[in-house]
Ligand binder design. Sequence first.
Ligand code: DSN
Length: 424
Amino acid sequence: MNKIMSETLNSIDPEIYDLTKKELKRQRVHIELIASENFVPRSLLEIQGSILTNKYAEGYPHKKYYGGCEFVEVIEEIAVKRACELFGSDHANVQPHAGASANQAVFFATVNPGDTVLSMKLDHGGHLSHGHPVNFSGRFYNIVAYGVSRETETIDYDEVERLAKESKPKLIIAGASAYPRFIDFARFRSIADEVGAVLLVDMAHIAGLVAGGVHPNPTPYSDFVSSTSHKTLRGTRGAFVLCKKEYAQTLDRTVFPGMQGGPLVQSIAGKAVTFLLAGTEEFKEYSAQVVKNAKVLAKCLTERGFRLVSGGTDNHLILLDVRSRNVTGKEGEILLGEVGITTNKNMIPFDPAKPMVTSGVRLGTAAITTRGMKEPEMEVISDAIERVLSNPQNENIKKEVKAHMAALAEGFPLYPELVEPWVN
Ligand code: DSN
């Protein structure tokens, strides 16, 4: 074999190697509060970096378009079976590469261009792929959007029902990327039934909480459930779709050959292991702690004078209105980033600021819970957030908080056994 096949990344491409090493260091010393991020277990780093990346496996188990699929098709069957068992679904497709393509698959399986779809507004907590005008979903379909009530900042189900009766959507989407409260899946089911619509629940954010039994499971109420595998579910990066039996064939045909070619076999294997891990007692404890941590962080921030969208949280996510500190969401993200707390700016409902500015910062507790942090650390983190956002110009405070956050992170080592940014 020639040299290229056996040389290390470090000697082949020092530039990319160096940046990946820096990213490992960043992950180790920062307090990760991005609500959609997490840290995968070592076993998932192993599978993701495995030789499975070499294999083409277009098609489905026992109907593959390539030879040599005798092992990878069993991996896919196991992933499908585990997904169905974990969430109580009739069928699963584990091939979608990402959450947006999982949603796209459900659109293609259920509606035609021009059909009406009822979904949640992005700036009230929805997702780009649920119908935003710049996304395929908003460009090709007639989107009718619901939001949250101005008073409670929670979904106004009567409004959803009114809009559904008025617009007669073929597809209704529930699920969000910045909504801190439980969603009433039973109510969505009854609204969908009333108007004869198909119901898709996008559970990407909450999938780990659902698997861990600390969040209502949308599967019994939905025709389709889409999800990513890497948020609270703590798996390798990717996505999957669950559906009722009657949609199984259509969904599979839509994903392949409708939208995708070769699936990422290493990612499918990663999902199989992810589903296995998510069924363990240890995962149940983790998911319960994610919610406990979010509730404590919410309480501590409220006590420090912050306004939280909807007044609190039922899940892993908090939407912080930062206007009380006279900073924008954009400034908040930058200020917190400067002290080693990673977050993202986010629109709050009825936000007067532009999407690239915003009045909110979105926080999530999945990643810090994976590192082992508990209630006392939430108090410490809320203090840090308060000090930095209340003193945006004070460089001494920033320096102090940065050192404090790095020390906190060090107390909860991330991948301590890894020398390189992968398993070796
Ligand atoms: N998955 C989204 C998030 O919540 O961060 C981005 O698409």
